[in-house]
Design a protein around this ligand. Structure first.
Ligand code: 13P
Ligand code: SF4
Length: 354
């Protein structure tokens, strides 16, 4: 058994309803106050594409960065600020701390986790690793520091394929965790000998291949862009599969005028900026026979807002701390990814049928 049943997953709409509703004037004052606090505190904002568009806008207007999880880690590692504010989910803040122990790392909400992280607790994962001692352990960045500390490699969706190809060329067998869809996609693309943990992302797992097929009949000129955490039937219909940054790049560079996008809808803010004259359509989720709890928006990413970004800067609360012995162990596998990314030109698109 290597999948942990998930309980108490927050419903995105309920999470979003908890954010204060600002008037236009309150919103503007809050944004200005946040910008001033960044300057006063030598702080920089590193945000993920799935977070609120106001946070993405502030990151860009204050010298911060909005990107996929690999480039969030790279930016935080290279930026000289003494405080990193990470708007995203817990593993992104922990990765920043693993790589930058001397920096103060703050997050708007420490409860912002990830179903992949919850579904792969370290004790059960250790048993899984112990039952496959001959395999190289490769884990997705969407895991706890404890799980990273048990691993040989950490990877993100931008680099997973390249790393496993590299290991296969060296004749290594792979133990993969935790996302089963990404694991299957990598296995099919590389032909590597892999065993996989059976976790999934509650957002991407809700995309439905059959409904996508029907939608494509209505929009035969559209290209499909899919994150590799999506189910097999969705991936099979995709023109491009890749990390969030890779999907945005594809939206900008492909000749298509219309895209159906199978990932969190927070990405539309940046996609529309990247290709303002193109049309973006959400890939369909769930269906009549299923409940749609996230409806293409991650409930934990939705926990990041203007109100709690301002609060952490004012109070210094929500600092990330990682046990030093554990950090050193997790750094080994995480640094390997950073070095690999530096030394390789990562293929721009995961795969492309376009
Ligand atoms: P990216 O690294 O592609 O941004 O993915 C992170 C993530 O959590 C996707 O759900
Ligand atoms: Fe985790 Fe999925 Fe949310 Fe990404 S979208 S942080 S994989 S739950």
């Amino acid at each position: 058994m290597n999948s942990i049943p998930l309980t108490n997953i927050p419903v995105t709409a309920d999470v979003a309803a908890l954010s204060p509703r600002y008037s236009a004037e309150e919103r503007q004052l809050t944004i200005e106050r946040i910008k001033q606090l960044f300057k006063e505190q030598d702080a920089v904002l590193v945000a993920h594409y799935y977070t609120d568009s106001d946070l993405q806008m502030i990151a860009e207007e204050t010298g911060g960065f909005v990107s996929d999880s690999l480039d969030m880690a790279r930016f935080g590692n290279e930026h000289p600020s003494t405080t990193l504010v990470v708007a995203g989910v817990r593993f992104m803040g922990e990765t920043a701390k693993i790589l930058n122990p001397e920096k103060r790392v703050l997050m708007p909400d420490l409860a912002a986790t990830c179903s992949l992280d919850i579904g792969c607790p370290a004790p059960a994962f250790k048993e899984f690793c112990d039952s496959h001692p001959d395999r190289t352990v490769v884990v997705y960045a969407n895991t706890s520091t404890e799980v990273k500390a048990l691993s040989d490699w950490v990877v993100t969706s931008a680099i997973a394929l390249e790393v496993v190809k590299h290991l296969k060329e060296k004749g290594e067998k792979v133990l993969w965790a935790p996302d089963r869809h990404l694991g299957r996609y990598i296995q099919m693309q590389t032909g590597a000998d892999m065993v996989s943990w059976q976790g999934d992302c509650v957002v991407h797992d809700e995309f439905r291949g059959q409904l996508l097929q029907s939608l494509l009949k209505k929009h035969p000129d559209a290209a499909v862009l899919a994150h590799p955490e999506s189910p097999e039937k969705v991936i099979a219909l995709a023109d491009v599969v890749g990390s969030t940054s890779q999907l945005i790049k594809a939206a900008r560079e492909l000749p298509h005028r219309k895209f159906i996008v199978a990932t969190d809808r927070g990405i539309f803010y940046k996609m529309k900026q990247a290709a303002p004259d193109k049309t973006f359509i959400e890939s369909p989720t769930a269906g009549v026979d299923a409940t749609c709890t996230s409806c293409a928006h991650c409930p934990w990413m939705a926990m990041n807002g203007l109100h709690n970004l301002k609060r952490v800067l004012e109070t210094g609360e929500n600092e990330i701390f990682v046990d030093e012995a554990l950090r050193v162990k997790a750094l080994r596998a995480t640094q390997r990814m950073m070095d690999f990314a530096r030394n390789r030109t990562i293929k721009v698109l995961g795969h492309s049928n376009a």
